[in-house]
Each structure stands twice: as C-alpha cells, then as structure tokens.
Design a protein. Structure first.
Length: 93
C-alpha cells in the first residue's frame, strides 16, 4: 500500500486495502484470466505433491496486477503492480 517501500512496486495512492483485495480477488475469480504455471507442470500439484504455483497478469482499473496463486489450497501468495515485460512461459493446459 501507499507509499510502499523504496524500490518496490506500489498500488496507486487512491487504492486502500479494501480496493486492493477486491481487485486481486477479481483476478483470482475471473474466468477470463490467463494463468501460467510458475511451478509444477500445469496441474494443481507440483511433482513432489506440494501445491503448484500459478501466475497471472491482469489489468484492473488501469493497473496491471501480477498475481501469484496456489489453486490447490486457495492461497494468494502475492499480488503487486507489475509493468515489466511478461516473461515467455507456457500458458495453462
């Protein structure tokens, strides 16, 4: 949240905690979000049986949010504004 830590991406000053949670939840709940396997091979669990981690970049209210999510346990690992180029990673299967 605003003002954030030096060198870290920060949500707009006008976004309070409720707005941030609403928008991040919107990414997780969206049927249109494109998810990419960050760990694992495309399923809910990684090779060793731990929860796989998925990542999505979605624009909400003009802010591109990178959301890292573990669908097997319903855990949002992190979410933050990210305008860096999206790396080339395989799309969900």
């Amino acid at each position: 949240m605003w003002p954030g830590n030096p060198g870290e991406a920060v949500f707009p000053e006008s976004w309070d905690a409720t707005k941030i949670i609403y928008e991040v939840d919107g990414v997780v709940d969206s049927r249109n979000a494109k998810w990419y396997a960050q760990t694992g091979t495309g399923g809910a669990l990684a090779k060793a049986g731990e929860p796989a981690t998925w990542v999505s970049w979605e624009v909400r209210d003009g802010v591109r949010i990178r959301t890292v999510y573990q669908p097997a346990v319903g855990r949002i690992v992190t979410a933050f504004p990210d305008n860096e180029p999206i790396p080339i990673i395989p799309e969900e299967k």
